[in-house]
Each structure stands twice: as C-alpha cells, then as structure tokens.
Design a protein around this ligand. Structure first.
Ligand code: F6P
Length: 345
C-alpha cells in the first residue's frame, strides 16, 4: 500500500517545529480540497456563473471562486497561520497574531474552465512570519519565493491530486475515497530535460515581443526549422493542469508579458501562482523564470503583483532566456527562418 500524505508529512518534518506547522497547514488544506471537490462533483449550474464583479486582480469573479475562497479561509483559520492572502481578497486577512506562518493562495485556478468541466485547481504558498513582518505586516507577502517553506497545488480533474514540495523533492498524492485520504502517487518527480511539448496562448501572438515570437516561430517550424525536430502544443487554460503535465513528461509553459493593456507583465500572479509553481518545478529539477530572472529570486512589491512566467524543462527555459538576452543571435537565424512562421503570410 502506498504511503499516506500524513505519513509522508511526518517523515518530512522530523522534530522540526516549524516544518510540523507547515505539515499541519498542508493537512488542513488537503481536507479543504476534498470538501471543495465534493461541492464541484455535486455540481449545480450556478458554479461557473459570473457574480457580476471582479476580484482584487481584476478578473471576473465566479460563484465557485467565492466558494473556494471561503472553504480555504476556514482551513487557514484552523491552521497555525498569522496571515491569509488570497487572490479573491484585496488585502491580507490577519489570523493568529503569534503564529509563525503565512499563506498566499489562489483558491480557484483556471476559473474560465469551471462550467466546461475541464480540470481546475487551488495553488498555495506557505511563508515564514518573522519579527520584521510583525513590525510591518505589509512585508509578509513581499518575501521572495525562495523563502517558501512549502508550496503546491491541488487539481480537481478526473482525479483529485495534490502536488507539493517542502523543499525536498516534489511529490504527488492522489485522493483515495476508499482510504478516505490522500496517498502517495509519485515520489520525487524529475522533469525530463528535453522538451517535446510547449504551452502558450498562441492567440496573443501579435501582442508578444519579438524574442517570444521568434522562439515560438522556431518551435512551429519543427523539423524544417533551426530546432530540426517537431514539437506538439497543449494549452489547457488551467495552469495547474499544464504544470502537472510538464512535471510528468517535460515541456515548457510560457505566459509572457505582451502589448495588451494591463498585460505588460503577463497575466499570472507572482505570490500565489508563479512562486508555488516555481517551487514545485525547481524541486523537480526544472526551471522557472520571468524570461530571464529566476521567479524565486524576485522581490514582490505586493500580494497581487503579476509576472511574466516561463517554466518547465531546464534546457528549454534557458533557451528562452537566450532568445530574450541575445537578439543578435536571433538576427543571424532570422533571415532563413523568420519567414517560415505559420502566423506570417
Ligand atoms: O488566471 C490564471 C489562468 O487561468 C491560468 O490557470 C491559465 O494558465 C491562464 O490564466 C489562462 O489564461 P488565458 O485565458 O489568457 O489563456
């Protein structure tokens, strides 16, 4: 029998009191995810309906976004957390004043997919709370992602999965209704170095900067282009699902900044989307950047900051950085291949 989430968490923490609190928080999140999954399964037409407002980040808020926020806030209240920062709320919610942890969360990732019965998720990031944060709570969610003590995401799909890391490998657990909890599905995932698939919302092609266009042009040119092999494309529209696929079989995900109003730094949020995903990806041997800089090294200015995001197989992510950093190399390659894009006449 595979080991349970509980057993795994116990073995990760040993006697470290701070890790034990992270583990207790993850246990509570797992309980909340099962609750939310049951609500999703029970369905009801209303879940994908817009509530007529937008959240703190300006996205349309749907009924399930609000339900998810409530379910995870309850789990947070039961956990050793001093602060809860959610995509669905403007500011951080203060919880237990003396607790040593804070959690940032996207309660419902992939909201545009709710009514279509495509996988959706919850993404979480657990951070330490030190004296400096108690003195100035506005700094709690301005910590770099490299300071995360635990991070991960749930996927509500054909299966309910938990992908998580406490800094010692990235592990996957599956909810087993028979067992009544999560059991280990994959331990210490290692992302393959060579990417064969890419994920990007190609409808934004005309808004991208030239390096991103050139990179994608070269992927699309396949065996006839400079890469000399073919690539497949997948875009679920729920980052959790794209991330899990990349953990399993390699590849690359890009949500770059683009020329649309409000999209200079892309769409994704640094603190509760990019950071936890980057933590899981890097703990599985992959890489996550904003194009050039490691996501985990970026100092957020606020809870709802956006960041361009590129993650996946290490070599491929490094290649994107070369396209961005060295346009002269691109100029050399473009006379031959620049005209081949499927997007250009
Ligand atoms: O808001 C987050 C998110 O839903 C991600 O899960 C997903 O990868 C992305 O946005 C989809 O964006 P778009 O609708 O621009 O394709």
């Amino acid at each position: 029998m595979a080991s349970s989430l509980d057993a795994h968490l116990r073995s990760e923490c040993g006697n470290d009191p701070l890790k034990q609190q992270v583990a207790e928080t993850i246990r509570n999140l797992a309980g909340a995810a099962v609750k939310l999954r049951n609500k999703i399964i029970a369905g009801g037409d209303g879940m994908g309906q817009a509530r007529g407002g937008t959240n703190a980040g300006g996205d349309v808020q749907k009924e399930l976004d609000v339900i998810a926020d409530r379910v995870f806030l309850e789990a947070a209240e039961a956990s050793p957390l001093a602060y809860f920062g959610s995509e669905e709320q403007e500011g951080a919610v203060a919880l237990k004043p003396d607790a040593s942890l804070a959690m940032a969360i996207d309660p419902l990732d992939g909201s545009s997919n709710i009514e279509t019965n495509v996988s959706i998720g919850t993404i979480f990031s657990i951070l330490p709370v030190d004296e400096e944060h108690r003195a100035d709570p506005s700094r709690v969610f301005r910590q770099k992602g490299s300071r995360q003590l635990g991070a991960g995401f749930f996927i509500y799909g054909p299966q309910l999965l938990l992908v998580m890391s406490m800094g010692n490998g990235t592990h996957v657990f599956i909810f087993s209704p028979g067992f009544g909890g999560f059991v280990e599905l994959k331990t210490s995932i290692a992302i393959v170095d060579k990417a064969n698939e890419f994920a990007i919302n190609a409808s934004n092609y005309r808004h991208w900067d030239q390096p991103i266009r050139s990179y994608v042009d070269d992927l699309l040119a396949g065996s006839e282009g400079p890469r000399e092999r073919d690539f497949n494309m997948r875009w679920v529209g729920s980052m959790v699902a794209d991330c899990y696929r990349i953990l399993l079989r390699g590849g690359i995900f890009l949500y770059p900044g683009d020329g649309r109003k409000g999209y200079a730094k892309g769409r994704l949020r640094l603190v509760y989307e990019a950071n936890p995903v980057a933590f899981c990806i890097e703990n599985a041997g992959g890489k996550a950047t904003d194009g050039t800089t490691s996501i985990l090294d970026i100092e957020p200015e606020g809870l709802h900051d956006r960041t361009p995001l590129v993650f996946g197989s290490k070599r491929e992510v490094e290649r994107v950085a070369r396209y961005i950093a060295d346009p002269s190399a691109l100029a050399e390659r473009s006379p031959l291949f620049g005209k081949r894009s499927l997007f250009r006449a």
